[in-house]
Design a protein around this ligand. Structure first.
Ligand SMILES: Cc1cc2nc3c(=O)[nH]c(=O)nc-3n(C[C@H](O)[C@H](O)[C@H](O)COP(=O)(O)OP(=O)(O)OC[C@H]3O[C@@H](n4cnc5c(N)ncnc54)[C@H](O)[C@@H]3O)c2cc1C
Length: 316
């Protein structure tokens, strides 16, 4: 569940947060598929469990996961409506390699699918190509302590006019042996967030421009804005950036959230006609299509629902 939006009592009922965010969900899935790769069985134990990467691609296991393997082409072996296999070409170890499978689910960003699966019908390719992603800036600042937040009686600050529009203290979760910070004198991660954009343009263009901004901005500019902003926000609480900032990590997500339709810019949205994502996610031969783009909704629950649907569309 997303916490970057305005607090919402209904959403808060379902709120759950792993200390490392969605990475724990990915690791829980891997443990279910390949129990030998990650020790333990409890959901909370996953937080500190170490992955044995040598077990991910083991020939004797039912499931094999191949990391650092970018798929560049997916094609039916024979005519799509009658084929019994799909050939998947991927780039790994500095060369192209292929595997064959009974079925294939394309679960990546929709815009790249027409390049990978060139057999798809043109209307479906057009619908896939119309997807967009929202660029995000997620900055983590390791602070010496959080006494300034305590003095100002604030854990979250919204600042629409500043560089990072939301600033919040790391959510306090002690789980599976991981202990969160307990007293204001302890170090803490301060999370700063920005959805890079260009006000005044249509939403999709704003996201494109935001992506360029993320790419072009230097680390020096990010650092200067972080130090300036935290000083202005927390200075009255005694925060001194030169003394209290221990580390800064700037995570740029050029293709962050899946784009959500908006009646201001997406006319079809209120017309009740088939939406681009419904056209984009149609199965084709032995190919099925997942990803949060497949329902134009940004969050993990959508990605899981779309993966579930795609698996059930596969041919036996
Ligand atoms: C910074 C950030 C914070 C977020 N916070 C939250 C939150 O608090 N709560 C929430 O519910 N959601 C959150 N989300 C959204 C959530 O992460 C997504 O909804 C979810 O990850 C989407 O899953 P997916 O399977 O659709 O795509 P992804 O998770 O993007 O998975 C797609 C995978 O496909 C791989 N891939 C792409 N192309 C290829 C290729 N050609 N060959 C091989 N592999 C390929 C990618 O490497 C990736 O691993 C956040 C997203 C971001 C970016």
């Amino acid at each position: 569940m997303n916490r970057d939006c305005i607090p919402n009592a209904e959403a808060d009922k379902y709120f759950f947060h792993f200390p490392d965010g969605n990475a724990s969900i990915a690791r829980l899935l891997v443990r279910k598929l390949i129990p030998q790769a990650i020790p333990g069985i409890s959901p909370t134990g996953i937080v500190l469990a170490k992955v044995d990467y040598s077990k991910l691609d083991e020939p004797s296991y039912w499931t094999r996961i191949r990391l650092n393997s970018t798929v560049v082409k997916v094609k039916h072996v024979g005519k799509p409506d009658r084929a019994k296999e799909v050939e998947v070409t991927y780039f790994a170890d500095k060369k192209l390699q292929t595997v064959r499978a009974a079925n294939c689910i394309l679960a990546c960003w929709h815009v790249v699918i027409p390049y990978i699966a060139q057999e798809l019908p043109q209307p479906q390719k057009d619908a896939l190509a119309s997807a967009q992603k929202v660029p995000l800036l997620y900055t983590n600042v390791l602070a010496r302590n959080w006494t300034a937040f305590q003095k100002l009686a604030a854990s979250t600050i919204y600042a629409p006019g500043m560089y990072h529009t939301a600033v919040n203290l790391d959510i306090p979760v002690s789980i599976g042996g991981y202990e969160c910070t307990k007293t204001p004198d302890d170090p803490i991660v301060v999370h700063m967030m920005k959805a890079a954009c260009e006000p005044g343009l249509p939403a999709r263009d704003q996201h494109r421009m935001g992506r360029i901004q993320l790419y072009e901005t230097t680390f020096e500019t990010y650092e200067r804005s972080i130090r300036d902003q935290l000083s202005r926000m927390l200075g009255p609480g005694g925060f001194d950036p030169a003394r209290d900032i221990l580390e800064i990590t700037v995570n740029r997500w050029p293709h962050g959230y899946a784009y959500e339709y908006n009646s201001l810019f997406d006319k079809f949205w209120l017309e009740g006609t088939e939406t681009p994502c419904q056209i984009a996610r149609k199965p084709f031969g032995r190919l099925a299509i997942a990803n949060a783009d497949a329902d134009a909704y940004a969050y993990t629950d959508c990605a899981i629902d779309q993966a579930y649907r795609a698996v059930h569309e596969l041919k036996s």
